[in-house]
Design a protein around this ligand. Structure first.
Ligand code: ADP
Length: 652
């Protein structure tokens, strides 16, 4: 076994790899960007080395620098984790040239599977079923459009270099093909430097079922069963489980054999995942699945396989990389019980799941034997726009699927995460969704059920607002009483200790609730009572006070409350819903309307690129474009004004 490893990654996966490496007695070497100097993975490892600025392109993706650090720190191997350089064939080769073992497959295997078009062609040859479509070299829009017509709509356009759901467009009809093609190509070029695409049949009621495979240098390949990752949003996995609901022994054998054949076709060594799409319209069938792609690395959702097989996949990765034989037999890895993983993200489920950055002012996980938490952040850490905003993976394992889902939902309810918005309540709602529980779901489930899952804009939570205002006002009066608060003479706060003879007296104070100006009412009678539009504080809510704000967690939602000081009062109150703001820090790719133009609700106004994804901003109401505040190409800060839509006069 190796004596030392450099972990060329960050976040939860760097921490998870370090855990196993330490157990195996290795010296663990971390690397970190400027944004990660205080990160958990840095502290978990035996030593840590800086590798550059926050942007991954200048740090975690700089192969030469990682290899230089590995050499100087005397690392025997490099574990790439997932993402970053994990599927970079040149990096794998460079490790080899430097005399360092790359914990992963050979560069050739990575290359063979790296592009979706080539991988499909290779799999076809190996006798693995692939999704019907065009994956040849020709890229003229007219030709591809003809192919799409031949394949039959709906089709899916995929960037051949794509990953993580980027560069993918579903097209319903011929007339929409050109625009979708252009977008997929543009996204592919921007994210992967490769604009080429393939076109394939869009499988109806698709289930995403993938097989974990493992190969060694001695020609052994086995599979460790399937994972069902059908709960997705924008082609990104949200909840994963093993086994797949509705799986039969016959289908598992067929898929397992196809996955092993796929791995063998490229001489695969190490942990890999062969992703299939299955047609779930009439239940899973042994002849109804097709190869989508192979990921030549450890997968985010590997813990559900670990839970159900009792194996440590990272340990096997190290063993196999060190040249050991895979001693596991196919018969020893039959699934035990059921495991489900939920990906906890810093994102705003109510606003299209936009990443939500900022300091995690609170982060507390339940400590339960039946729950595994894989995380790379702690309370006080900053979720930045530089990296994937995942906070943790929460994994439950139980004898049955229902039990596992119940435990997962309960664990999600217990997690306290404040600061950025999170998808906690959305995940819990998913775990409890009756159709999902009953096994009636496919990859479109989330999109079809957004409202039922709570992923739509909610009205202001006034009880939460009153709860937060109560906390802030109490803190404020305590400070005033203690003389530690610089007390402005005209402030309403100095009235808080007034004793009133004439019955109840009340003052109205301005508060910012989720950025909106509201009036809280403080009534003084037998103590102080804060209400907001007659809503009183909810004693069951969790309040986290930080940086002058109160973060109120109530019924799985977060409401941020601030007191408004003096001159902050001129906040534009009349803005309402007509001001279009940048959902996050990014770049304006296109402005699609002009000042003075009439728009209907839902009309596309502008496209903003953020975190390598395109976000279309649409009109929230019918109206007139009253102001356009940006130009294409311009950078915008989160919350920055993009344009203003003046509501159309109501017709009589
Ligand atoms: P990426 O590499 O970006 O993750 P994949 O090819 O793995 O892209 O596809 C991601 C997801 O898109 C799949 O899990 C599945 O839900 C959906 N998908 C892919 N191909 C098809 C298809 N032909 N029909 C329907 N859905 C598909």
């Amino acid at each position: 076994m190796f004596r030392s490893v450099l972990i060329a990654n960050r976040g939860e996966i760097a921490c998870r790899i370090a855990r196993t490496a330490k157990r195996l007695g290795m010296r663990t070497i971390a690397v970190y960007s400027e944004a990660d100097a205080g990160a958990l993975h840095v502290r978990l490892c035996d030593e840590a080395h800086p590798i550059g600025p926050a942007a991954a392109r200048e740090s975690y993706l700089v192969a030469d620098r990682l290899i230089a650090v590995a050499k100087s720190a005397d690392a025997q191997c490099i574990h790439p984790g997932y993402g970053f350089l994990s599927e970079n064939a040149e990096f794998a080769e460079a490790c080899g040239r430097a005399g360092i073992v790359f914990v992963g497959p050979a560069a050739d295997a990575i290359r063979a599977m790296g592009l979706k078009d080539r991988a499909k062609a290779l799999m076809e040859k190996a006798g693995v079923p692939v999704v019907p479509g065009y994956h040849g070299d020709r890229q003229e829009p007219k030709f591809l459009k003809e192919k799409a017509y031949e394949i039959g709509y709906p089709v899916l356009i995929k960037a051949v270099a794509g990953g993580g759901g980027k560069g993918m467009r579903r097209v319903e009809k011929h007339a929409e093909f050109d625009a979708a093609l252009e977008a997929a190509m543009r996204e592919g070029r921007a994210a992967f430097g490769d604009g080429r695409v393939l076109v394939e049949k869009y499988v109806g009621a698709p289930r995403h079922i993938e097989i974990q495979v493992f190969g060694d240098r001695h020609g052994n390949v086995i599979h460790l069963n399937e994972r069902d990752c059908s709960l997705q949003r924008r082609h990104q996995k949200v909840i994963e489980e093993a086994p797949a609901p509705g799986m039969t022994a016959k289908l598992r054998d067929a898929m397992g054999a196809a996955a092993v054949a796929a791995a063998k076709a490229v001489g695969y060594v190490g942990a890999g995942t062969v992703e299939f799409i299955a047609d779930g319209a009439r239940g899973l069938r042994a002849d109804g699945f097709w190869f989508m792609e192979m990921n030549t690395r450890l997968q985010v959702e590997h813990p559900v396989t670990e839970a159900t097989t009792g194996q440590d996949l990272v340990e096997w990765q190290f063993r196999v990389a060190a040249g050991e034989k895979l001693t596991l037999k196919q018969s020893e890895v039959a699934p035990q019980g059921h495991a489900v993983e939920a990906r906890l993200y810093a994102e705003d489920a109510e606003r299209g799941f936009l990443p939500s950055i900022g300091k995690l002012v609170a982060l507390r996980f339940p400590d339960r034997a039946d729950i595994r938490i894989d995380t790379g952040v702690e309370e006080g850490a900053e979720v930045t726009a530089f990296y994937d905003p995942m906070i943790a993976k929460v994994i439950a394992h139980a004898a049955t699927r229902n039990d596992a889902l119940d435990r997962l939902a309960a664990a999600l309810d217990e997690i306290v995460a404040a600061g950025p918005r999170t998808n906690l309540s959305f995940l819990a709602a998913l775990c409890r969704a009756p159709d999902f529980r009953a096994g009636r779901f496919d990859t479109g489930f989330i999109d079809r059920n957004l409202a039922a899952l709570g992923a739509v804009p909610h009205a202001l939570d006034k009880a939460a607002a009153a709860t937060g205002a109560t906390r802030l006002i109490e803190t404020r009066s305590t400070r005033i009483a203690a003389g530690t608060e610089p007390d402005a003479p005209a402030s309403p706060w100095d009235a808080t200790d007034a004793f009133q003879l004439g019955g109840e007296r009340a003052v109205s104070v301005p508060v910012l609730v989720d950025g909106r100006l509201e009036a809280a009412r403080i009534g003084y009678r037998d103590g102080t009572h804060v209400t907001l539009d007659d809503f009183a504080a909810d004693p069951a809510a969790t309040v986290v006070a930080a940086g002058g704000a109160a973060y109120v967690l109530r019924q799985g939602r977060q409401t941020i409350v601030r007191l408004v000081e003096g001159d902050a009062l001129d906040i534009d109150r009349a803005e309402g819903d007509g001001v279009i703001r940048a959902p996050m820090h990014g770049k304006v790719l296109a402005v699609l309307v002009e000042k003075g133009e009439q728009v209907k609700k839902g009309h596309r106004l502008a496209v903003v690129e953020a975190m390598k994804m395109e976000h279309a901003l649409t009109a929230p109401l019918d109206g007139l474009v009253a102001e356009v505040a940006v130009e294409a190409g311009q950078q915008v800060a989160e919350g920055g004004r993009i344009m203003v839509i003046a509501p159309a006069e109501a017709a009589d």
